[in-house]
Design a protein around this ligand. Structure first.
Ligand SMILES: [Mn+2]
Length: 318
């Protein structure tokens, strides 16, 4: 299948790469890694990376291109790091002549003429790196920098389950290009002072359910007070990842039309709850959407009983 993808890239003069909404490091890395790689190996082609604004902490990788509608007429579209159709940013991916999906999530929607999905890969950037490597085409430093960033962010700095020789091999291929990985970490580690203040508020005000699910609700009022965006608030979910005896934690973030939920766990599979509440994702990191406090309570009740069951089943769960 990867050679079919290469043939399609060779066939089209215009390639437009799409990503998911609310982009993270892996989807920006995949998108720009692909863009820079194609531009470097096929300089005659026009390659665009579309989507809403790239978050500031990832803007060192690249900024979105603005693409007029007519450019889609004879274009190949590639959608990266996105499992379901309604998460794709910019519906015009449908307007191209041919569409390729490259992804690593389960719970997938069918879309695209070619679907290249590996649920075992901890990052979409890993899939793309190994694909480039099999094509035996050079990976330029700009592409390597983007792809390495995606692997680093989606694996929690190589700490998540699923990281093994395949991931290290992909990372090795990228570092062999001579990129400055310490520059990447420096960029990724920068924090905004408002977020740090909100983080300290979180440690003070987070709540814990009967069986130990830690959660925080970032209301409109709190986000306004700390001058942070919804994305910045939601990113603080990772601050709750290391509390002993609390292997399951959740953030709720108010949006004008709903409350978005991030569910995370160290040891137990929690994505059944994400799916029950209009979401999904990975087994131990997924999202959901609720519409009011009542539903939020119901979700927390489900989360609490899931953790209770897990504690009974798994001895020494920390
Ligand atoms: Mn990803």
């Amino acid at each position: 299948m990867i050679y079919e993808i290469l043939n399609k890239i060779k066939e089209f003069d215009t390639i437009i790469i799409h990503r998911h909404k609310r982009p993270d490091g892996d989807c920006i890395g995949s998108q720009f890694g692909l863009k820079y790689f194609i531009e470097d190996n096929f300089p005659e082609k026009k390659v665009y990376a579309v989507g809403d604004q790239v978050p500031e902490y990832l803007s060192f990788i690249g900024l979105s291109d603005v693409v007029e509608d007519h450019i889609y007429d004879n274009a190949l579209t590639i959608v990266v790091d996105t499992s379901v159709k309604d998460r794709i940013c910019d519906d015009r991916y449908l307007n191209g002549k041919y569409c390729i999906k490259i992804d690593h999530h389960d719970d997938s929607d069918e879309f695209g003429d070619i679907q290249y999905v590996n649920e075992k890969a901890p990052a979409c950037c890993e899939i793309i790196t190994l694909m480039f490597n099999k094509w035996r085409l050079p990976i330029c430093q700009k592409a390597a920098l983007a792809l390495f960033t995606g692997i680093v962010t989606d694996t929690g700095r190589f700490q998540f389950r699923g990281v093994g020789s395949t991931t290290f091999n992909a990372a090795g291929i990228l570092t062999d290009t001579g990129i400055d990985t310490s520059y990447i970490y420096t960029k990724l580690n920068l924090k905004d002072i408002n977020s740090i203040r909100l983080e300290s508020y979180l440690y003070k005000h987070m709540k814990i359910t009967k069986n130990g699910v830690v959660y925080m609700h970032f209301t409109k009022r709190i986000m306004k007070k700390f001058k942070v965006t919804q994305d910045e608030a939601a990113a603080l979910v990772s601050c709750m990842s290391s509390f002993r005896h609390h292997p399951f934690w959740i953030t709720f973030v108010d949006y004008p039309e709903n409350i978005r939920v991030r569910l995370r766990s160290r040891t137990i599979e929690i994505n059944e709850i994400g799916r029950k509440y209009r979401g999904g994702g990975h087994l131990m990191a997924c999202g959901a959407t609720v519409y009011n406090k009542k539903e939020m309570k119901a979700l927390l009740k489900d989360a609490d009983s899931l953790l209770e069951r897990a504690k009974n089943e798994i001895e020494g769960l920390e």
